[in-house]
Write a protein that binds this ligand. Sequence first.
Ligand SMILES: [Mn+2]
Length: 299
Amino acid sequence: MNKTWVIGHKNPDTDSIISAIVYAKKINATPARAGEINQETKFALKKFSVEEPVLKERIEKDEKVVIVDTNNKEELIPINGEIVEIIDHHRLCGNLETPAPIKVTIKPVGSTSTIIAEMFLNELTKEEAGLLLCGILSDTVIFRSPTTTELDKEIAKKLAKIAGIEDIEAFGKELKSKACVLSEDPKENVLRDFKIIEAGRKRFGIAQLELMDYESVMNKKSEYLAAMEEIKKENNLDYVLLMVTNILEEATKLLIAGENPEEIAKAFEKKMEEERCIYLEGVLSRKKQVVPVLQRFFA
Ligand SMILES: [Mn+2]
């Protein structure tokens, strides 16, 4: 039998790694990762004594793969083998092809972990439930992100019960605090959670850091802007934006590298707060609150 892998997107986040681990276990496949594991995910895996999945650089011709937490070819490692299933919570991208019909599950919920938890709710071990709870809390920013649905909250409660976690909010904050540990290198931090999107004729790189303050980035603003300028050139982009998201304040300071920062301020109907920075109250989600604004404005 050909080997079946379960893998999420490059620059993997907690939801993507955990979805791969738990789903692989449930279907007797092998989980893999498409990049380095971040501090938050490491905390989650350690907490429930689960090993890191193996790093995979491509899916070989004779291998099968289940894709989780994305359906965008550009976010995946090269796939020479056969895609057998997709489970995701992002908009349908339409750039993946399969030779035969496959099972596709895409739901408008806060995390892929939510979908997988719902599939196996009555057959989860304590560890699996704990891991999936981490996936939900991470992607929904402890239910603060506007991507959060009632189903996410409902499933999270059930998972917490199975995992023996009493205070979901406190556990979520502990998990999220691990994501706030920044490296000394601004460029590394910007690339940590970085996505390239197109809006009209413009190409954007949008990075996000979820923090419990602004200062850890804003005190080194010029260094961050220089790093963003470099990344812009390297990837042939029109703009690189950095969402400095304060999850406690539930707001984002958006740093802008690119020719015409005023144009970006205009897209969000904001005044420039300070040089190359606008303040976005209530904004936590790149997918729901930043990308659509740019795509509408630059359409
Ligand atoms: Mn996700």
